[in-house]
Design a protein around this ligand. Structure first.
Ligand SMILES: [Zn+2]
Length: 349
């Protein structure tokens, strides 16, 4: 899977290739997002890019894809067919008419590969169950899967490069499985990557969440519109207040956010995160701003505030606020905390 074939996820793809190009690959990552938004395809494309022998970089000034795997080297060719020997999948499974006991992901790996290849290396849980013929059963990822996973992690890689273990629908791991993989997260194997693909972070053990690097896959059906003038205006006002830290007007701004509905609050946080990323690209890579803040002075001056020294802190702050709102936290406190974190990060550029 190449990033260019995944619709609507250019920003996420650029973020992922950047992680690899800058050598900041974490041994465990969690791809969080709706399956229909391409989270699994992104995880596979990420693994393919990591193992590609001829990574491509594009001099895109229009905010498009900045890098991708070549799609033609021996490693890429195997990835396109999902036949790369060091790519392993774990996924929800259950008894089928032909495999009635002691089943695990390994028993269905050919079916899973076929399922993915039929569906552009994506797919939903329902369509997988239907494909496997287990519509009425609850698929799980169980202890047997865990034992196989631990065994695979301990083996040397066949291809001599990165070994990739993808757990699709990781929220379907039962407690035994989850506790067994915790150990792998605590004592990572060299050149081995564990990629958890999940739709629901709340169903995962917090000890697993805290040991994985989060990759949030935006819901492409509700992506914040870059030309939403209200969001742009809100962002400009907010950032100016944070720079000066005018408490009176900041608290009025927070009140206005508090009054909005939860979906709007989440959409705005996504917008602000995307806008901040855009500013960093403008500042560090000289890319033109895709977003127009509707304020020429802000368009030129603000991007210089976002640098490699504060972008990660800003990203973390936005992620935390997004999940707080999603878990029904009190919006006023969430936006106030977010404001202080951003203000602090902006001073450490
Ligand atoms: Zn390649």
């Amino acid at each position: 899977m190449q990033f260019k074939d995944i619709k609507g996820q250019t920003i996420t793809a650029n973020h992922l290739t950047e992680i690899i190009d800058s050598g900041r690959v974490s041994h465990a990552q969690m791809f969080l997002g709706d399956t229909a938004s391409g989270s699994l395809a992104l995880a596979i494309a990420y693994a393919q890019y990591l193992n590609c022998q001829n990574r491509q970089h594009y001099d895109k000034k229009d905010g498009g894809l900045r890098a991708d795997s070549c799609g033609e080297c021996p490693s890429c060719k195997k990835f396109q067919q999902l036949s790369f020997s060091d790519l392993h999948f774990f996924f929800p499974n259950a008894a089928t008419p032909s495999v009635t006991k002691n089943y695990s992901s390994t028993d269905f790996r050919n079916e899973f590969r076929e399922f993915l290849n039929n569906n552009h290396q994506q797919g939903t849980l329902d369509s997988w169950y239907e494909f496997l013929g287990i519509e009425n059963k609850q698929g799980m990822i169980r202890e047997r899967d865990a034992d196989e996973l631990v065994h695979i992690m301990s083996l040397k890689s066949y291809e001599g490069s990165y070994k990739i273990v993808i757990i699709w629908m990781a929220e379907k791991m039962n407690d035994t499985m989850a506790n067994k993989i915790l150990k792998s997260l605590e004592e990572p194997y060299p050149n081995t990557l564990l990629l958890l693909v999940t739709e629901n972070r709340d169903k995962m053990l917090s000890t697993i969440i805290s040991r994985t690097q989060l990759v949030r896959v935006p819901d492409i059906t509700s992506m914040p519109s870059s030309d939403n003038p209200d969001f742009a205006n809100l962002y400009v006002i907010w950032m100016r207040q944070l720079f000066k830290l005018n408490m009176q007007s900041l608290s009025e701004w927070v009140d206005s956010m508090h009054a909005k509905g939860r979906e709007q609050q989440k959409m705005f946080i996504l917008y602000a995160q995307e806008a901040t990323r855009e500013c960093m690209l403008r500042n560090l890579a000289g890319l033109p701003l895709k977003l127009d803040f509707g304020d020429a002075k802000f368009n030129t001056s603000f991007p210089t505030m976002i640098t490699e020294n504060n972008i990660e802190k800003l990203n973390d702050a936005f992620n935390d606020a997004f999940y707080a709102i999603e878990r029904n936290a009190y919006a006023k406190i969430t936006f106030m905390e977010l404001s202080f974190r951003i203000s602090k990060a902006l001073k450490k550029r």
